[in-house]
Design a protein around this ligand. Structure first.
Ligand code: PHE
Length: 354
């Protein structure tokens, strides 16, 4: 009996050391240690032995079992080691996931690039601003609806004796006065002319499918001698062609802003119906109503605003325009999202598409 156990043990070890897969090892384990395995069968026979022999054989059988189990583990580890060490130099390396700029950042870069080509200088002015720059100096009367706490975020702090309350700027037009002051302060004085493109965050107390409380605007401002509406129109057409594509045209519609006179709303020809308001099948255009899409506001800088910026309004004239980045981007990409808040939701399924 003792010899039998010894033989089984040796046999098992020999098989285990030659096994080349975990499947094989498992088969070996079952054939020796399984319920009806070779060792188990022998152990069942122990109770038929004489009492004095039983103890001795029991110890041996137990030792055999433990040795086989240990050997199985050793071999298993050896096999794992072999797999790990096997190196295939032709397998492509694991790629680290790479992100990209947010779509609004991409749009900002592109818009700035288009204007920089015709000599506009990109500037940035405070988003936390004084009332003077955001409203008062822009000729906006105290009763103007935009100056209501329901429209604008006012900061609960002591007002400045000259500049008034602190607020989160609701438009990039607050950069107009600051830019006039900056240029005046330079060595060349105002004769160095203003050609600014101010792109910044703006804040308004609105949140629904087409508004987010924080959004972006880009504001153009040009001041020089003899600047007229034709310069504004030419600049807008240049932007339309270069940002939206050749063939796109703009039109100016009379409007009202406190800080420009005359004021306009700028429309661009719709890309879906090419400005015809009709689709090839004779149906009306799904995107626009009359062949035009609304871009945003523009106008000739109001003389009072020039004066507030310290500019001689007898000698100089200027034009300005200010549009939403998100809206302009959506019009370019033909993107029709039913909730603008998605842009700032950090949902990678959305963001990865741009
Ligand atoms: N600031 C205006 C707005 O936010 C847009 C505008 C800018 C209009 C410059 C005219 C000139 O609606």
């Amino acid at each position: 009996m003792q010899e039998k156990i010894q033989n089984i043990k040796n046999q098992a070890i020999a098989q285990i050391t030659q096994a080349s897969s975990s499947g094989e090892l498992e088969d070996i384990r079952i054939s020796y240690l399984g319920r009806s395995g070779k060792l188990a069968k022998l152990i069942k026979e122990i109770k038929r032995l004489k009492k004095e022999e039983r103890k001795q054989v029991g110890i041996l059988a137990n030792d055999a079992k433990q040795t086989i189990e240990k050997q199985l583990k050793v071999q298993q580890n050896k096999l794992r080691e072999m797999v790990r060490e096997w190196f295939d130099p032709t397998v492509p390396g694991a790629k680290t996931p790479k992100g990209h700029l947010h779509l609004v950042t991409q749009a900002i870069e592109e818009i700035a690039g288009v204007f920089e080509k015709i000599g506009f200088v990109r500037v940035r002015y405070p988003e936390v601003e004084w009332d003077w720059f955001a409203f008062e100096a822009l000729n906006m009367p105290k009763w103007h609806p935009a100056r209501d706490t329901l429209e604008t975020f006012f900061i609960d702090a002591k007002p400045h004796p000259k500049y008034g309350q602190i607020l989160l700027t609701p438009h990039t037009s607050s950069g107009q006065i600051r830019e006039m002051e900056r240029v005046k302060g330079t060595k060349a004085g105002v004769d160095s002319v203003v050609r600014m493109i101010n792109i910044a965050k703006c804040y308004r107390r609105q949140s629904d499918v087409s508004h987010v409380p924080m959004f972006h605007q880009f504001e153009g401002l040009v001041i020089d001698e003899g600047i007229a509406i034709t310069h504004l129109k030419g600049t807008l057409d240049y932007f339309a062609r270069n940002f939206f594509g050749p063939g796109r045209k703009t039109r100016l519609r009379p409007y009202h802003f406190q800080f420009t006179e005359p004021s306009f709303e700028v429309d661009i020809t719709c890309d879906v119906c090419k400005g015809t308001a009709r689709l090839p099948d004779g149906q009306g255009c799904k995107l626009c109503k009359e062949g035009w899409l609304e871009l945003g506001g523009a106008g000739m800088v109001h003389p009072t605003v020039l004066k507030n910026g310290g500019i001689d309004n007898k000698k100089y004239t200027g034009f300005a325009f200010g549009w939403g980045v998100e809206r302009t981007f959506m019009m370019k990409s033909g993107l029709e999202i039913d909730d603008i808040r998605l842009i700032y939701s950090s949902d990678l399924r959305f963001l990865k598409q741009f």
